[in-house]
Each structure stands twice: as structure tokens, then as C-alpha cells.
Design a protein around this ligand. Structure first.
Ligand code: SAM
Length: 342
């Protein structure tokens, strides 16, 4: 049944689309769900976001950035249902990688854990550049019913003290796994999933790790964790999506977890299609889902531009001194079911 969706993007709600896919059919799910950060639910409509009742506190602040206990709980309930479906469609031993935010990670992972996954690890995407969200209190001090002298004294006293939002410089990514059927070896021989390809290297030919950086930081960090920096060319100058992930990061995870070109990579919140472009680039099959038609058009355009001229993406990689290296696999496939360790 999946045949109809292979190398396509479904324009539909994720929960609905996931229920249409075959069970035990997907090798890897790599996704970046809506974090409920700029709204309070899974309906991704920016016009509605602007009119939520949470929006009144500070007009310029997205609704989800105002601390509300319900946000995490709603996210948990929704992601639990999504994770149940993801568990169903993944092959035994298949991996589920899901991006999150430091603030909602615990809710996301609990939902995935409670849905039946084994939580294997937490990856960290480390970066140095981000807009600090903390606010000065001067605006609120100005509104106090106090005389100017007191207001000025308060401003001086709280100089540099801001609301509790530190500059965020990492994104956690959970690595969850569907339970294997029997041993890792037997499961791999049957389904071609469940192990990690440590021939994939990051930094300067280093063993793959759960910390990855897309910024050059310093010699030691670059040596161990650097993967290539996202480039405007890989994003596409037509791409207006606000949360485009680095292609190299998706490539890293796909290389690490999928064995052959028969592997199917699914992204149920595909956005502008970074996971799909990475899968395409690595010769894997893909299925994308997104509720937003415009983003799907962008994703299709990116995939198309890769088909027309893959050098756009490869040229970007070649410019980079440090990048993901995939050494020649040390095992060879003998036939469909038997794998010989060379
Ligand atoms: C954080 S973005 C993904 C960005 C993507 N990783 C990229 O690099 O472009 C999340 C996506 O989920 C989609 N989305 C939100 N709610 C959805 C739902 N219920 N079903 C399917 N897609 C949804 C949004 O349209 C958005 O493009």
C-alpha cells in the first residue's frame, strides 16, 4: 500500500496520513514536529495564532512563548497519539528521531516513551548563533504608578536583569527505537534496521557522536562534532519556511541508521522538505507529510532542484573542509537475507 506514497509528499494531517501507511514498513522516521511554541495546539494556522486568547499579554510575543502549563500537556497528548502511529509503521528495530526544544523535550520524550518506544539517546545540535528572547523590564517599570525617581532607581537596580529566557544554543533530538524482534543481529538480518553505521564519521574522521555542531566553534569542538554548516543554496532562496533544518544534520542521521537504498525514510512534518532532500541525496526512498500546501510546494521545488542540478548541494559540501565522511562499508550484502561481516 505504501507504494502509492513513495517519493511523494502527502498534503494532510499527520495523524490521518500515518494511519494510511502499512505497519512495519518504514526504516527511519526523522522529523521536526511543531513544538506548540507559537501556538497552543497542533493546528498550524498563523492567522489563528495571532488571535489566540494567550496573545494579549505582550503583543509581540508568540502565544506559546508565554509560559503556560497546558502547552506541554497538550503537546504530550497529541504527540502520544502520533508516536503510537509511528510505532506501528516503523519496522521492528527502526529508529525514530524527533527534534524538540529544551523546554518541551521532557513532554515529547515521555509521550514517545509511553507510546512504547525504547529511548536510546538524546542528540544535541549545538550552535552559537541565536536571538536571545529575554526581555528587559524597563517597559513595565515605566508603567508603574511611581514617580520618576523611583522608576529610574529601579531601572538602575535591574540593569542587565531580564526575564528568564537564556540564549538557547542547542536543540535536543531524541533517538528512540522500536523494540527489535529477537537479537539485534537477527532483527538486522530480517529488516535491515536496528544498528548504527559507525563507518559514518563526523568532525575530522571521528566516531559518530550524539553532539553535532553546524558552527565552527574551536579546534577541539570542530574536530569532534562539526558537520557542514547550512548554506542558503541548500535551503533555496524561494524557501520561506521559518525552521529549516540543516541538510547535513539530516544526512548524518540517515547515514547512521539506514542500510540500503531500499530504505524508506518518513517525515510526517516535512515542512520545506529537508529530510526528504537528504534522503533523495543519499539515494533512499522517502515519504513526506505536511498539513501546509505552501510548504509542500517549497519541498517539491527543493527536491526538483536537486534532481535538475545536484551539484548545488554537492558543491556546497565540497567547499567544506570538515564534513560527514562515510567510509566504504566494511560489510557486503550477499543476498537479501544474509549479511557477511568482511
Ligand atoms: C517545524 S516545521 C518542519 C520544518 C522542516 N524540518 C524543514 O526543515 O523545513 C513543522 C511542520 O509541521 C507541519 N504541521 C503542523 N501541524 C501538522 C499536522 N497536524 N499534520 C501535518 N503537518 C503539520 C507544519 O506545516 C510545518 O511545516
Amino acid at each position: 500500500m505504501n507504494e502509492a506514497y513513495l517519493n511523494k509528499i502527502i498534503n494532510e494531517d499527520a495523524l490521518k496520513s500515518l494511519s494510511m501507511l502499512d505497519e512495519n514498513s518504514i526504516d527511519l522516521i526523522l522529523t521536526d514536529p511543531p513544538y506548540f511554541l507559537d501556538k497552543m495546539d497542533d493546528r498550524w494556522d498563523e492567522k489563528k495564532v495571532a488571535s489566540t486568547k494567550y496573545h494579549h499579554v505582550v503583543k509581540s510575543l508568540p502565544a506559546g512563548m508565554k509560559f503556560d502549563k497546558e502547552q506541554g500537556k497538550n503537546f504530550y497528548k497529541w504527540y502520544f497519539k502520533i508516536s503510537k502511529q509511528i510505532l506501528r509503521v516503523l519496522k521492528p528495530g527502526g529508529f525514530f528521531f524527533s527534534f524538540s526544544s529544551p523546554r518541551l523535550y521532557h513532554r515529547m520524550v515521555s509521550a514517545i516513551d509511553d507510546a512504547g518506544f525504547l529511548i536510546r539517546d538524546c542528540f544535541i545540535w549545538l550552535y552559537t548563533q541565536n536571538q536571545p528572547k529575554a526581555m528587559s523590564l524597563n517597559h513595565f517599570i515605566e508603567k508603574l504608578n511611581e514617580d520618576k525617581e523611583i522608576k529610574n532607581a529601579l531601572k538602575n537596580q535591574l540593569n542587565g536583569w531580564k526575564t528568564p529566557q537564556i540564549k538557547s544554543c542547542y536543540e535536543p533530538i531524541v533517538m528512540a527505537q522500536k523494540e527489535t524482534e529477537g537479537t539485534f543481529l537477527n532483527n538486522f538480518r530480517k529488516y535491515n534496521v536496528g544498528l548504527l553505521n559507525t563507518n559514518v564519521k563526523i568532525g575530522q574522521d571521528m566516531f559518530p557522536s550524539n553532539v553535532v555542531s553546524t558552527d565552527k566553534i574551536n579546534e577541539v569542538i570542530d574536530k569532534c562534532f562539526l558537520i557542514s554548516k547550512p548554506d542558503k543554496k541548500e535551503k533555496g532562496d524561494f524557501n520561506l519556511h521559518r525552521t529549516v533544518k540543516p541538510l547535513s544534520l539530516c544526512e548524518y542521521i540517515i547515514n547512521l541508521t539506514t542500510y540500503s537504498n531500499e530504505a524508506v525514510v518518513l517525515d510526517p512534518f516535512a515542512g520545506s522538505g529537508t529530510t526528504l532532500v537528504a534522503a533523495k541525496k543519499l539515494g533512499r526512498k522517502f515519504i513526506g507529510i505536511d498539513a501546509n500546501k505552501e510548504y509542500i510546494e517549497t519541498a517539491k521545488r527543493r527536491i526538483k532542484s536537486f534532481e535538475v542540478d545536484s551539484s548545488i548541494y554537492n558543491a556546497v559540501s565540497e567547499e567544506r573542509q570538515l564534513r560527514i565522511l562515510e567510509k566504504k562499508a566494511s560489510y557486503k550484502r550477499l543476498n537479501k537475507d544474509k549479511i557477511k561481516v568482511a
